[in-house]
Design a protein around this ligand. Structure first.
Ligand code: ADP
Ligand code: ZN
Length: 619
């Protein structure tokens, strides 16, 4: 076996490299700088941790995720790789001790917060240390184009310059835009870097959008139906976080919360409760996530629509990092668009930008919001939509997202379309600059609202022509007409509806309008069936037993459960049911060190389970 593959199995327990890992590792081992762009959960850490193990000396990993370092160090130690971290959370005694040990070359990997690079004690250490590799994690933080710009990242290049010998530099990020990539190369002063950008698809994630009338009821039901799983519920505002969390707790769910308005210590405590599986559901604003590495998150629900697809994909992508199946469901309502617009306007107000620049930023934000809204309304494949947004080719239908798996019914809405189109045409004649969807819907529905009367929309012959149709339905039909090109919706702060040339084909009765209406299932029945099946499948009750053992071990060692083994590893173990140490090492995610440390306990649990469950010889 090739050396590096042996190391991959020995330390990390993986049998093969994932897409992109091997070429990056080869480049680094050959002494070349490298830039790896891979989505969250793709396995970037191995790309620098494996070289760190193979190279002589101590590898430095620069990371902004201070709260995560402790767990990363614990995870490395559990694999038999000596590691430590240096950040503001250490006491001065701890700091001195780490520096002392590091000075003796005790660590293969040293995590360091960017702010610490320029401190005297650390600089002194680095003058004497042999540093073959500096890995920069979350490298997009160096770019002002990214959402997470960290000024201290700009010091990294100078720090490397000042080292007695220039190490290989590896940069890693999940942000793929060209502006950010070229910023990383320039600002980290990478030399002729070997670049790998892997696909953004996350095959184990299931995407869906729902429009329930009662969002909270839907979330509660979902969380109950996934009673053994951990997940995040993202809300747009702090108030919504507080309310949703409180209500979940009142209904007996072990939920906790996170947003920027909470005191530091409560935030830290709540985050730990979630990461250590003491609380199952995290209700949070988008402030939560950057600093967490919890690989067993099985669902990410969005209570509100985020403001753009980048944010959505990043947040949703926190599910299923260990590769096991996970769900990302966005709950959409028309009000979300208003909230998002409000947030965009509020955030571009207090910036120190010129008015022209501010308008440009706002225009871009509005355009990105429009695409996010299109995602929520599409009847096409969600995965295809997302990947196309990130500039990636993919099949038109993935066959496994909410829209691809939904039952649909071809529905003829020609009559409704004619009513709507003639309504919009009449509005256009009266108001050549057009009116927004809300007013058009009110006019068609025959609303007595003041604004309708002010504009004398009640005088139009199409006023109230759809009195018997639900307003939500009218909106849905309008979306279909926009999607099929009979209407257009202008962009900007006040989008208006306009007819297109094709509208006349429908009005003259030359074309019929049909669309594939998705049948709403109050309950995702197929999945529920799967859950019931799961309850009786033997490997699942074994999985539960293994999970309990993992929880005990994690608790005894005060580490998060995933540091012991990931869900994916437990699932593989439940299927393979190893009988001895050799078989145990065959389980995906089991390396030598962890086998020695935990092997006996797990083998015993499997044996116990077998003697209790397979006594009738029905193996
Ligand atoms: P990223 O930093 O890119 O978000 P991580 O490095 O945290 O991703 O890895 C995500 C998960 O993938 C981890 O649970 C890790 O154990 C697993 N993983 C990484 N490389 C492999 C591999 N070659 N085979 C199987 N699992 C892997
Ligand atoms: Zn699909």
């Amino acid at each position: 076996m090739v050396e590096k593959t042996r190391f991959l199995k020995h330390y990390f327990g993986h049998d093969a490299f994932r897409n992109g890992q091997e070429p990056l590792i080869d480049a680094i081992m050959a002494g070349r700088d490298a830039l790896g762009v891979m989505p969250t959960g793709a396995g970037k850490s191995v790309c620098y941790q494996l070289p760190a193990v193979m190279l002589p000396g101590t590898t430095l990993v620069v990371s902004p995720l201070i709260s995560l370092m402790k767990d990363q160090v614990a995870a490395l130690s559990a694999m038999g790789i000596p590691a430590a971290c240096i950040n503001s959370m250490l006491t001065s005694e701890e700091y001195i001790e780490v520096l002392r040990q590091a000075g003796h070359g005790a660590y293969k990997i040293l995590y360091v917060a960017p702010e610490r690079l320029t401190t005297a004690g650390f600089l002194r250490l680095c003058q004497s240390l042999s540093i073959p590799l500096v890995a920069v994690d979350e490298a997009h933080c160096v770019s002002q184009w990214g959402q997470d710009f960290r000024p201290s990242y700009l010091d990294i290049a100078g720090f490397i310059e000042g080292l007695p010998q220039r190490p290989v530099v590896g940069a890693f990020t999940a942000t793929a835009t060209d502006a950010v990539k070229s910023d990383i190369v320039k600002l980290l002063a990478l030399r002729d870097p070997f670049c790998v950008t892997t696909g953004f698809d996350r095959p184990n994630l299931y995407f869906d959008v729902k429009t329930p009338r009662d969002k909270f009821g839907w979330v509660l039901d979902y969380v109950r139906r996934h009673g053994d799983q951990a997940g995040i519920v993202y809300c747009a505002t702090r108030k919504a976080v507080d309310q949703t969390c409180q209500k979940l707790v009142q209904h007996g769910i072990t939920a906790t919360r996170y947003h920027a308005g909470l005191p530091d210590d409560e935030r830290r405590r709540n985050q730990e409760d979630f990461v250590y599986d003491r609380r199952r559901v995290m209700v949070a604003t988008n402030a939560f996530g950057m600093g967490i590495d919890k690989s067993n998150i099985s669902f990410v629900l969005h209570y509100n629509m985020p403001k753009n697809i980048e944010s959505y994909y990043q947040e949703a992508g926190r599910a299923g990092r260990d590769g096991s199946a996970a769900q990302c469901v966005l709950l959409f309502s028309a009000g979300d668009v208003q909230t998002a617009k409000y947030l965009i306007n509020a955030s571009s107000e207090n910036e120190a930008l010129s008015e022209a620049k501010r308008q440009e930023v706002r225009r871009q934000d509005m355009e990105r919001l429009r695409q996010m809204t299109d995602y929520c309304k599409t009847s096409g494949c969600y995965r295809h939509f997302l990947l196309r947004y990130f500039g990636e080719r993919s099949p038109e239908r993935c066959g496994s997202c909410g829209n691809c798996t939904a039952k649909t019914q071809q529905t003829d809405i020609t009559v409704q379309a004619q009513k709507i189109l003639s309504g919009v045409a009449r509005v256009e004649r009266r108001f050549p600059s057009g009116l927004g969807t809300t007013l058009v819907v009110r006019m068609l529905h025959g609303s007595r609202e003041q604004r309708v009367q002010q504009l004398r929309l009640d005088g139009l012959s199409t006023y109230g022509i759809m009195r018997d149709t639900d307003r939500m339905k009218i909106r849905e039909y309008i979306d279909v007409l926009v999607e099929q090109g009979y209407l257009t919706q202008t962009t900007g702060s006040f989008p208006v509806l306009q007819t297109t040339g094709r509208a006349w084909e429908v009005l003259r009765g030359q074309t019929r309008v049909t669309y594939a209406r998705r049948e709403e299932q109050a309950e995702p029945t197929p999945r529920r069936k799967a859950a019931e099946r799961r309850a009786v499948a033997p490997e699942d009750s074994l999985f539960e037993a293994l999970r309990r053992l993992r929880a005990e071990l994690a608790k005894a060692e005060s580490v998060p459960a995933y540091v012991v083994f990931s869900n994916a590893t437990l699932a593989d173990m439940a299927v393979k049911r190893p009988a001895d140490m050799v078989d145990f090492l065959d389980v995906s995610g089991v390396g030598e060190y962890k086998a020695a440390r935990y092997g006996r306990a797990f083998l015993k649990a499997i044996q116990n389970w077998e003697s209790n469950n397979l006594s009738r010889g029905d193996d």
